[in-house]
Design a protein around this ligand. Structure first.
Ligand SMILES: Cc1cc2nc3c(=O)[nH]c(=O)nc-3n(C[C@H](O)[C@H](O)[C@H](O)COP(=O)(O)OP(=O)(O)OC[C@H]3O[C@@H](n4cnc5c(N)ncnc54)[C@H](O)[C@@H]3O)c2cc1C
Ligand code: SF4
Length: 330
């Protein structure tokens, strides 16, 4: 076993100071991802700064009428929160579709957004992997890539981001607030994850040593009629092979507003803005829902083993939007 230093922080300033800009230090949330990666040698931190005692475990109304979610709120508490259930049901559904009850009781909001990919080559330190060992190659492109990306990938990495929660947060325009030794900052979730390009090891736009403090959700009337649908290879305790978070506002049979994001198809939760533009002002029918999916998925570049994801996503979009449209007319 490799030795490491363990510290528990009691306040945000102290946590940020304890971590500093040390590239070998990591914040410890629930540990459900980080500790697993330490056991396999993918992560080898010299110091852990435990953030679970920080006063970031509350969900509160935001000044603009939205919601401010502390970074150490557990996945279980987030899913169960009455305001989340009522105003952002797709978020509750997304969180409950992830992992297991025990894991959700431990896992935090900040940790969920920063969890690492489940690519098998990334997890195996005996294999090359550009994300884990920059410049070593990407064996997934010519190897096992059934669960890998069809959108926004590059020849350097085709891994997908595994978070379910992040997909719903992306659809609802969440913002991530963070603290550093130089002060606080904010990033819209849309800009939080970096494009893959030739630097797949650089995953987020967070400055070095940044501690995620809050995730804020703006008020969104249409989010109250929203849905998350996840497809996976077994009914529970499995990561998505494709997922959709959607919200729809319909008036007189026409779409007035729409939110759509895809999961498990890209290195980040994928906001389907092109599809949203096609939907807005269009008749709320399966034909137009399919056209919107096709517009977004025209950019898909599947590998030989994962073309099924394009069809899967298209069908998911049509099914979920049709259900939401039907509910809107009741
Ligand atoms: C068997 C299994 C099945 C799973 N299935 C799913 C699934 O279907 N869907 C899904 O979405 N997830 C799934 N997960 C992943 C799980 O949701 C994540 O492991 C969890 O959300 C990570 O949260 P954590 O608090 O435990 O993070 P940790 O493991 O503590 O940390 C993860 C990363 O985030 C960093 N970090 C943590 N908190 C902060 C902070 N506040 N600021 C800055 N950095 C921080 C850590 O340094 C680390 O790099 C599964 C996990 C397991 C083990
Ligand atoms: S897809 Fe990305 S994470 Fe997987 S082996 Fe290639 S570089 Fe590594």
């Amino acid at each position: 076993m490799r030795e490491f230093d363990y510290r528990r922080a009691d306040d945000v300033t102290g946590a940020v100071a304890l971590l500093g800009a040390d590239p070998d230090a990591r914040y410890l949330g629930g540990g459900t991802n980080l500790v697993d990666l330490m056991k396999t040698g993918v992560e080898r931190p010299a110091r852990l700064v435990d953030v679970r005692s920080l006063p970031l475990d509350r969900i509160e109304p935001a000044a603009d009428g939205g919601l401010r979610i502390g970074a150490t709120v557990t996945n279980s508490d987030l899913a169960a929160h009455p305001v989340v259930r009522e105003r952002y049901p797709a978020l509750t559904q997304a969180v409950l579709a992830g992992a297991s009850g025990q894991l959700r009781n431990m896992a935090t909001v900040g940790g969920n957004l920063l969890q690492r990919t489940r690519c098998g080559y990334f997890a195996d330190v005996t294999k090359p992997c550009n994300k884990r060992a920059p410049g070593s190659g990407c064996p997934a492109v010519g190897g096992e890539h059934r669960n890998h990306a069809v959108l926004g990938a590059s020849e350097h990495c085709v891994a997908v981001h595994p978070s379910d929660m992040g997909v719903a947060l992306t659809a609802f325009d969440a913002t991530v607030a963070y603290e550093t030794t130089d002060g606080p900052g904010e990033l819209p979730l849309a800009d939080f994850y970096l494009p893959v390009g030739d630097t797949p090891h650089r995953e987020t736009a967070l400055p070095p040593g940044a501690l995620i403090t809050y995730v804020t959700l703006p008020p969104a009337r249409l989010a109250a009629r929203s849905r998350y649908r996840k497809v996976r290879e077994r009914a529970s305790y499995a990561f998505a092979i494709g997922s959709v978070a959607a919200a729809l506002e319909v008036s007189d049979g026409v779409v007035c507003d729409a939110r759509l994001a895809f999961g498990a198809v890209a290195s980040r939760p994928w906001r389907a803005r092109l599809a949203e533009r096609v939907l807005t002002g269009a008749p709320a029918t399966a034909e137009y829902f399919a056209a919107a999916a096709d517009a977004e998925l025209a950019a898909a570049r599947p590998l030989p083993g994962n073309g099924y994801k394009v069809t899967l996503l298209r069908n998911l979009v049509v099914a979920v939007l049709s259900e939401l449209a039907e509910e809107a007319t009741r």
